[in-house]
Ligand binder design. Structure first.
Ligand code: ZN
Length: 244
């Protein structure tokens, strides 16, 4: 089985479509949450995802759009975009978001948005946080999103001594899943934050036991023009251009 693992689409239809095309044929899409929020196409993105064979879990922006999180906990731009999403979202898409679980375990893989310890809110940015989370999942691999930064955390246990190493992903080179447990972040489809505006995702190949980080260019200006049309916050429009 070949899987497309992606996260944080954030209502960016152009980026989502570019990723689907670039990924090629896959058996299933695994989406790590935040389908909506920030961008101009919440309904189209939820509907496109629903049309594919897929699994999806909930992210903080999905919950914010549902009214399940207090919007005062978001920064003013994110809050404004979430209020707009709330007005736009169609009842059947809202029902879909409402039914999303917080965690899924699929064979050797755990899927969460933030972290296995706090699936909705915790950011795994540092190796120390990754290591602290190692006892909160039982599978060899855990996929996380939420930070919008593609990264690999390699957890090891040598002579009872636990360690965690941060490894930057090398693009387009399949990496073997070996003895060590991994926390893998595919990066963000719709709003990258590592200075590279391209959409980011991972291809997971169960037969060869490999995963591969990839990036793809999408028509950012088209997404930005739609955001301007809907009067979404300018800072959110501009950040797509420089991937931050
Ligand atoms: Zn996000």
């Amino acid at each position: 089985m070949r899987y497309l693992v992606l996260s944080d689409i954030h209502s960016n239809l152009e980026a989502f479509e570019a990723v689907l095309e670039d990924a090629g044929p896959v058996d299933q899409v695994w989406c790590l949450g935040d389908v909506v929020g920030y961008g101009p196409d919440p309904n189209a993105c939820v509907e496109l995802l629903r049309s594919l064979p897929h699994l999806c879990i909930a992210g903080n922006h999905d919950w914010a759009t549902l009214g399940k999180l207090d919007l005062r906990d978001f920064n003013p731009d994110a809050r404004e975009a979430n209020l707009w999403s709330r007005e736009q979202i169609a009842p059947e898409n809202l029902a879909y978001l409402k039914a999303l679980p917080e965690t899924l375990v699929e064979g050797a893989f755990t899927l969460v948005h933030g972290s296995p310890r706090h699936p909705i809110w915790e950011y795994i940015i540092y190796a120390s946080t990754a290591q602290d989370n190692s006892t909160y999942f039982d599978t060899p691999v855990c996929f996380v999103g939420h930070t919008h930064i593609p990264v690999i955390f390699c957890l090891s246990n040598k002579d009872g001594k636990e360690a965690c190493e941060t490894m930057p992903p090398s693009l387009n080179s399949p990496r073997l899943m070996g003895q060590e447990r991994l926390i893998i972040n595919p990066g963000s489809v719709g709003q990258s934050r590592d200075g590279d505006p391209r959409a980011s995702y991972v291809i997971l190949d169960e037969e060869s036991l490999t995963f591969e980080h990839r990036r793809v260019v999408y028509p950012v200006e088209r997404t930005q023009a739609k955001m301007m049309e809907h009067n979404l916050p300018l800072r959110l429009v501009l950040r797509l251009g420089y991937g931050w």
